[in-house]
Ligand binder design. Structure first.
Ligand code: CP
Length: 336
């Protein structure tokens, strides 16, 4: 088979006014969570994501926007979507991308996180995309790294690029999110996605309802100031919460974080909290269904909903590349 040579087209992957490869204005050196971003910055990232999506739709193999930039993905925890999409995003923008896992690296010989990020900085990394099982690990890395740090998920704390791609997917499905009712159901307690989504969606004006059994809600969460966010509602009755919901985000039951023992049985949990076709009928007509993945089909979501017409799950994955292109671009060229 004859393959076409890769082309390098001089396209601008960012909105008008941000010429490709030039410095743009972005005040954050790292992306550790969305709570550091104001509404205008979240909107700017989502606009840049739309511009990146146009680049992807033009099927240009690579752009030179991040030529000369080295991105290292450093994963201490498993990942398919986040890691692959950051790698692809970096390569499409012309960056050099190096992938490191804790397994097979000097971490196995006892190297500390601080030594690892210093070493990666010393070999010339400009950006480190990091996933770690400990909440707060990317913050520690940011204090000791010469490179910019992107949090690709830290323990149960935050997953900012997932929240941004979820917001982007919801905006494409629903338009402006102001006053939209978003129902997030599942293992809230262990979900970094839920936390980052709360910040992002409420900053964009949506009303969020968290739905879970008491055992899968974080301690200290209450109706008035859950996680410092006044616009959040809490319910343990999924059917009630789904009434008039504009969209549903189902979360994975994180059995690797012991969520499985915090419900009476998987069958009982699924009976009360699974998004089924019948239940989805309680929400607004054509309400989009999201799930960050990976899925426990038959537990938090039924297979027919996961692959049904209202499912946005594959589109979320597709949007993940564009949103990560936008994040890499703004951090690399942002001048902070
Ligand atoms: N949503 C998400 O973070 O998926 P991965 O664990 O596959 O990266």
């Amino acid at each position: 088979m004859i393959t076409q040579p890769q082309t390098e087209a001089p396209v601008s992957p960012v909105p008008a006014g941000d010429p490709t490869g030039q410095q743009v204005s972005w005040r954050h050196r790292h992306l550790l969570d969305v709570d550091a971003l104001d509404t205008a910055e979240i909107e700017r990232l989502l606009q840049s994501t739309a511009a990146m999506e146009e680049v992807l739709q033009r099927r240009v193999a690579r752009t030179p926007a991040l030529r000369g930039i080295t991105v290292v993905t450093l994963f201490y925890e498993a990942s398919t979507r986040t890691r692959a999409s950051f790698e692809l995003a970096g390569k499409i923008l012309g960056a050099d991308v190096i992938n490191l896992s804790a397994k097979g690296s000097s971490v196995e010989k006892g190297e500390s996180l601080i030594d690892t990020v210093r070493t990666i900085g010393a070999i010339g990394a400009d950006i480190v995309v990091m996933r770690h099982p400990q909440a707060g690990a990317p913050y520690l890395a940011a204090r000791h790294s010469t490179a910019r740090i992107i949090n690709a998920g830290d323990g149960t704390h935050a997953h900012p690029t997932q929240a941004l791609l979820d917001a982007y997917t919801l905006q494409k499905a629903l338009g402006d999110l102001q006053d939209k009712r978003i129902c997030i159901v599942g293992d809230i307690k262990h979900s970094r996605v839920a936390r980052s989504n709360l910040w992002t969606l409420t900053r964009l004006g949506a009303t969020v309802t968290l739905v879970a059994p008491q055992s899968l809600l974080p301690p200290g969460l209450n109706q008035n100031h859950p996680l410092g966010l006044p616009a959040v509602r809490i319910d343990d009755d999924l059917d009630r919460a789904l009434e008039d919901a504009d969209a549903v985000i189902a979360l994975r039951l994180q059995r690797e974080r012991a969520a499985g023992v915090q419900v009476p049985s998987l069958r009982e949990y699924a009976r009360r909290y699974q998004i089924t076709r019948e239940r989805l009928g309680l929400a607004r007509e054509n309400a989009p269904v999201l799930h960050p993945g990976p899925l426990n089909e038959g537990v938090e979501i039924s297979p027919d909903v996961a692959r049904g017409l209202q499912s946005e799950i594959e589109r979320q994955v597709q949007h993940g590349v564009a949103v990560r292109m936008a994040v890499l671009y703004l951090l690399a060229r942002g001048g902070a």
